[in-house]
Design a protein around this ligand. Structure first.
Ligand SMILES: *Cc1c(COP(=O)(O)O)cnc(C)c1O
Length: 437
């Protein structure tokens, strides 16, 4: 509702004067769905309140980190204690060693890791390390996967099969992306062709194992297995970008889900972020000791950060990990998430609205399509006007999902069965409207 007394609108107008687009990260601007972004005043548990004091059930959770919901008492307590001991030292602390040990114990494919402050930084540093460790320049990524906004990763597919891509952002020189090969997700034949042509020059293949930046698309098991085999065969590093899926889909992250289907499966490197910071700026990248020892100060690959391993962020991350590793945590989270998507599915089916959905752990996706998409072009077949109608219908009823159809959704442990039932009822009302449209 945009009225003269709408505080969201007033704040947005103020913001537009001082911040490009009024936001500090583009998707927050509601450009895809239209309308006024909600300015968050505070959040607790599964809810946040906007500038008008309106409450929303939050299915974004800061785009993934808030797996415990907002303001979990154990996390708040740990952060408050840490704050009193100091904000930042620029010198090592015990807590960052503890956090590294904790993460490594849960994700055994990594023997060492380095802490940084954002997923972008972690993915960018991983690419540099992969290139430094292999002495090769080329990298493979997949259309629809997002790995942060480092220059070499802002690339879309070229015109032909297995051609090098072009930048998706102004300000990225063609020379910077000339080594980035962009392939179609879940396309085994194209992957094989790319390795046959360029395999000896490929430093790494980077992939979101469950792509959460084109809504929710799983890498098929045969595709993931082929990625692993080809990387091994050609001496390229397999990098799983688990910034979103890490500790979100399972305690062992998405790699543990694939290891159940592919015996012995493990990536060479893993990129983490979001959940490991519990809502504070914290991310990490890691892998085998042999690869990680190429990093400065041990090796020749430079990487550094003033706020890396920040003592408040690490306290927040550690407290979060200690909660999520408690027995039964993921079983309960997955069950809530499944009850949400199956309830949405049933409501859409009852109203005759084309709908399909998927989830893993506390991450879900749904599409206004008859069939789950396997790649980016299929995701983009969703009708934007219909999605936007669904988005605003839910928003008007106090349910906040991602303001764009190519984003995943997140359930936290703070979402109760009642919250989920209320969301399904809200969706049922919107589906009714959609079925008439
Ligand atoms: C969010 C995300 C990033 C970027 O992380 P930032 O902390 O936003 O820089 C990278 N990769 C994936 C898969 C992500 O979901």
């Amino acid at each position: 509702m945009t009225t003269a007394t709408d505080k969201n609108q007033q704040l947005f107008e103020r913001a537009l004067k001082v911040i490009p687009g009024g936001v500090n990260s583009p998707v927050r601007a509601f450009k895809a769905v239209g309308g006024t972004p909600r300015f968050v005043q505070r959040a607790q548990g599964a809810y946040f309140w906007d500038a008008n004091g309106q409450r929303y059930t939050d299915y974004i959770g800061s785009w993934g980190p808030m797996i415990l919901g907002h303001g979990h008492p154990a996390v708040v307590d740990a952060v408050q204690k840490a704050l009193l001991e100091g904000f930042s030292f620029g010198a090592p602390t015990e807590r960052e060693v503890e956090l590294a040990e904790e993460i490594l114990s849960l994700v055994p494919s990594m023997e060492m890791l380095r802490l940084v402050s954002s997923g972008t930084e972690a993915a960018m540093s991983t690419i540099r390390l992969a290139r430094g460790a292999t002495g090769r320049n080329k990298i493979i990524k997949f259309e629809g996967c997002y790995h942060g906004h480092a220059d070499a990763l802002l690339v879309k597919a070229g015109s032909g099969l297995a051609t090098f891509g072009s930048a998706t952002s102004a300000g990225v020189p063609p020379e910077v992306v000339q080594h980035t090969l962009v392939l179609e997700y879940n396309h085994i034949a194209q992957l094989e062709e790319a390795f046959a042509l360029h395999g000896k020059d490929i430093a790494c293949l980077m992939i979101e194992p469950i792509a959460g930046n084109m809504n929710f698309v799983r890498a098929s098991v045969p595709f993931m297995q082929r990625c692993r085999e080809l990387c091994t065969q050609y001496g390229a590093l397999l990098v799983l970008d688990e910034v979103m899926t890490g500790f979100r889909v399972a305690l062992g992250s998405a790699q543990s889900v694939y290891a159940k289907a592919i015996p012995g499966f493990a990536p060479d490197m893993t990129v983490l972020g979001k959940v490991i910071g519990g809502g504070m700026p914290l991310a990490a990248f890691g892998g085998s000791r042999a690869v990680m020892e190429h990093l400065a100060p041990m090796g020749a690959v430079y990487q550094a950060g003033t706020l890396s391993g920040n003592p408040v962020a690490t306290a927040c991350g550690l407290a979060t990990l200690r909660e999520i590793r408690k027995p039964g945590f993921y079983e309960a989270l997955a069950q809530s998430t499944q009850s949400l998507v199956s309830g949405l599915q049933a409501a859409a089916d009852a109203e005759g609205v084309a709908f399909c959905s998927d989830s893993e752990g506390g991450m879900f996706g749904f599409f206004l399509l008859d069939q789950l998409p396997q790649n980016y072009p299929q995701v983009m077949k969703t009708s934007s006007p219909r999605f936007n109608q669904l988005f605003h219908g839910l928003l008007d009823r106090g349910v906040y999902i991602a303001p764009a159809l190519y984003e995943a959704g997140f359930v936290s442990s703070a979402h109760t069965a009642e919250d989920i039932a209320a969301t399904i009822e809200a969706a049922r009302a919107v589906f009714k409207e959609l079925s008439k449209a």
